[in-house]
Design a protein around this ligand. Structure first.
Ligand code: NAD
Length: 309
């Protein structure tokens, strides 16, 4: 297939682009490089530097493609609270612009990067795709709910094939923004720099950490789906932050210290997925366990930060 990946120069999109090429697909990456990096785009992918707000450029880039994998968005939760309009414009309005450009260009298959955040505070665990969507605690989450709703509309009105992939907690090489808000890159960086790791709730919160290459592979099987489908992507295991810190300590061979920041109101205590639907319908399964994923992540950040063993 010819696949256009929006946001393909970013953390997750760069891995998806590589896996697509390895699987024999032709890839075009469309990214405005507001966050992503050109050097993360595979050499054999076509690269279009454009902003989704530019409808003509998006439509031109889309012509001749069979499918879109849509990742381009902003994602820093705290910034979304400060700047909800920016988030609504870039994540919601630009997604609708993309859908309109797809319609004009005759492309009607889309895989969307949604998030476990759409469930709000879990009423039961593990979270399943037919659980109700929850009230959102920040504008970022609201943008995911809104785009999911628009995809339903394009499926109903125009027969688009839409696959909504609700990611749990992706981690792995190519992340590490400045400032970084996600747990794993912050833990690994602090550990490599021999600084205490700042943690809330004494690290007792549980999340479902999915290695980015496993996550990327799920997009390949999602391209086969027709109709409108939702899939969770997680390992189905709730791992405490403190367990990650202990695993990193074991890999590095020294005890990583923590800096306990106390309680943070509004945090969800535990969240993890049932990915049974993806396993049964599409045969996908997470393959990289936490220790192996952390080893690869540490090796990557060690090289990137220039920290010798
Ligand atoms: N990283 C996570 O923990 C996580 C969890 C759940 C869902 N997601 C979703 O996965 C997707 C990718 O996340 P990521 O972690 O790779 O983020 P990222 O910031 O590394 O990648 C996003 C990419 O989109 C590009 N972009 C943003 N706005 C654009 C625009 N208007 N036009 C063109 N390009 C634009 C950025 O330059 C960047 O390369 C996002 O939709 C995010 O909401 C991420």
């Amino acid at each position: 297939m010819r696949v256009l990946v929006t946001g393909g120069a970013g953390f997750i999109g760069s891995h998806i682009s590589h896996v697509l090429i390895e699987s024999g697909h032709d890839v075009t990456v469309l990214d405005n490089l507001s966050r992503g990096r050109r050097d993360l785009v595979p050499a054999s992918a076509q690269f279009v530097e454009a902003d989704l707000a530019d409808e003509a450029a998006t439509e031109a880039a889309l012509r001749g493609h069979d499918a879109v994998i849509h990742l381009a968005s902003f994602l820093e939760v705290a910034v979304s609270v400060e700047r909800p309009v920016l988030f609504a414009e870039n994540n919601i309005v630009n997604s609708v612009r993309l859908l309109e450009a797809m319609r004009r260009a005759g492309v009607s298959k889309i895989v969307f990067s949604s998030s476990a955040t759409v469930y709000g505070i879990p009423e039961r665990l593990p979270l399943r795709e037919d659980d109700a969507l929850g009230m959102q605690a920040n504008p970022y989450g609201a943008t995911k709910v809104a785009v999911e709703a628009f995809l339903g509309v394009y499926h109903q009105l125009y027969g688009f094939d839409c696959v909504l992939l609700r990611y749990f907690n992706p981690y792995g090489p190519n992340e590490l923004c400045d400032p970084e808000t996600h747990a794993v890159p912050n833990i690994v960086r602090a550990a490599l720099e021999r600084r205490p790791v700042p943690v809330y709730w004494q690290g007792e919160q549980k999340r479902d950490y999915i290695y980015v290459e496993d996550l990327a592979r799920a997009h390949i099987v999602a391209l086969e789906v027709q109709g409108f489908e939702v899939f969770n992507i997680g390992t189905e295991v709730g791992t405490k932050v403190i367990d990650i810190i202990e695993t990193v300590s074991r890999i590095l061979g020294y005890e990583v210290q923590i800096d306990d920041l106390g309680e943070r109101p509004g945090d969800v205590e535990a969240s993890y997925a049932s990915s049974e639907k993806l396993r049964k319908q599409l045969g996908w399964q997470a393959e990289v366990d936490l220790e192996e994923g952390l080893r690869r992540t540490i090796a990557h950040y060690r090289e990137r930060l220039g920290i010798a063993e």
